[in-house]
Design a protein around this ligand. Structure first.
Ligand code: UDX
Length: 444
């Protein structure tokens, strides 16, 4: 059992802190945001994540998990300190390390015995060394400590499962002692341990996210070719994914990737490459293709309707993916403002992300948690998130409720043959367009 202080109660901090508590450690999750800590102490989760609330409650009751805004004291009491604060993207695309540096200063000011300082946040190469020098500066070199890079690979929506069943733990440590200590707290997760240098561990995180983003942009480019030659990208994905060297994951063509990681981390990796004098052409293309994917989808709608002026468009899905209320870099954030600028009346559906969406999109559209109410009387329906409610739509009812049966699907949710038989005009990604007999204003 180790005494662990986790600094930062965002996705990564809260989930990994809770999982380390559940696996036998004594964990305190800390944050400078007193309201957040108060909420957590009262059992209110700051994020929506399946299973998190239950696991937090279980470990609070067990006495293995607590919350605190007294960061200085928690640093003093801990053997292991996990830094899990945000590294937001600056306007230039670089990762902003302000919070990481503040935490390092605070650790330096409160160091009172040997401790292992672990970075969980995704940070540019060299940050581990920077943290080391900031701590040494504020501690005046009085106490021994080690720095470890232990990046997090959890996905939103499946974060608990991903942590409890992690495929690998990457540990880049400045000493064997620190490596062994961090390897030990990962034992209950039976993960493969990858031992690396600080810098290598930092690169592994960016390389993993950039590689997955590359797979998505690659299949989206293939989808765009498929549309031009009359092929079907879903069959291409199956055809290439059965080759175990390629693998079938992250080959779903669509409206492009969003979320808090892929857009930010691909931009940050581009900066890392520029800073070390390397022209990373591939990652530039990955970003460019991703931005273009949203435009491609809107173009299909424009072509089908001629003009959006006065047209009612129902948008299904505000979150960047299902099972989360996270709307960071979500396709809806770009697409809804564009539709309203073109004079469309937009009705948006999402089961849980409306509160978050309103903060960014505001009131240029109406919102509803009722999918059929959203679809009623619309001239077109755009699918942006593959929520279960969308996948299981009663399509004959949808056709009945819409002004005309036009669906532009950014997630390829429905079989083409079925949509044809139901009489929809159905425009998806990388698959042949299905056209209904009814009076769509312009030929597609
Ligand atoms: C990702 C990584 O998977 C995770 O390891 C890392 O720690 C954080 O970033 P997350 O952002 O939660 O996790 O979501 P993920 O499920 O990976 O999806 C990212 C985006 O890619 C979503 O917008 C999703 O819709 C899109 N995607 C995913 C596709 O467009 N096609 C696919 O085949 C897979």
């Amino acid at each position: 059992m180790k005494k662990i202080a986790v600094i930062g109660t965002g996705y990564v901090g809260l989930v990994s802190g809770t999982c380390f508590a559940d696996s036998g450690n004594q964990v305190t999750c800390c944050d400078i945001d007193q309201l957040k800590i108060k909420g957590l102490t009262e059992g209110i989760m700051p994020i929506y994540e399946p299973g998190l609330k239950e696991l937090v409650h279980k470990n609070v009751r067990k006495g293995s998990l607590k919350f605190s805004a007294n960061i200085s004291q928690e640093i003093k009491d801990a053997e292991v300190i996990l830094i899990a604060v945000g590294t937001p993207m600056t306007s230039s695309g670089k990762a902003d390390l302000t919070y990481v540096k503040q935490v390092a200063q605070s650790i330096g000011e409160n160091l009172n015995s040997y401790k292992v300082i672990v970075t969980k946040s995704t940070v540019p190469v060299g940050t581990g060394k920077l943290i080391e020098s900031v701590i040494r500066e504020y501690d005046n070199g009085k106490h021994p400590f080690d720095v470890v890079s232990n990046p997090e690979f959890l996905r939103e929506g499946t974060a608990i499962k991903d942590t409890m069943n992690m495929e690998r733990a990457v540990i880049g440590a400045t000493s064997e002692k620190a490596f062994q200590l961090i390897a030990e707290i990962h034992k209950p997760f039976t993960a493969n341990i990858v031992k690396a240098s600080l810098e290598t561990a930092e690169i592994i995180k960016y390389a993993a996210n950039a590689f997955l983003a590359t797979k998505i942009s690659f299949i989206n480019d293939i989808a765009n070719i498929c549309e031009r030659v009359g092929a079907d990208v879903t069959e291409v994905s199956t055809g290439i994914g059965l080759d175990s060297r390629i693998g079938n994951k992250f080959l779903q063509a669509g409206v492009g990737f969003g979320g808090s990681c892929f857009p930010k981390d691909t931009a940050a990796l581009l900066h890392i490459s520029e800073d070390c004098g390397y022209d990373f052409k591939l990652i530039k293309a990955v970003i460019e293709t991703n931005e273009g994917q949203r435009v491609q989808l809107v173009k299909k709608l424009l072509l089908a309707l001629g003009s959006l002026q006065g047209k009612t468009i129902s948008v299904l899905g505000l979150a960047f993916k299902p099972d989360t209320d996270d709307i960071r870099s979500s396709p809806a954030l770009d697409i809804i403002p564009y539709l309203t600028e073109q004079g469309a009346i937009v009705k948006a559906f999402d089961p849980i992300a409306i509160v978050e969406a309103k903060k960014q999109i505001g009131y240029q559209c109406t919102y509803s948690e009722d999918i059929y109410e959203t679809i009623t009387d619309s001239d077109a329906c755009m699918i942006l998130t593959d929520w279960q409610d969308v996948k299981t739509l009663d399509l004959p009812l949808v056709k009945h409720l819409m002004k005309q049966p036009l669906i532009v699907d950014g997630r390829n949710l429905f079989e083409l043959e079925m949509m044809k038989q139901l009489g929809f005009t159905y425009l998806s990604v990388g698959r042949p367009a299905i056209q209904s007999e009814s009076n769509i204003s312009k030929a597609i």
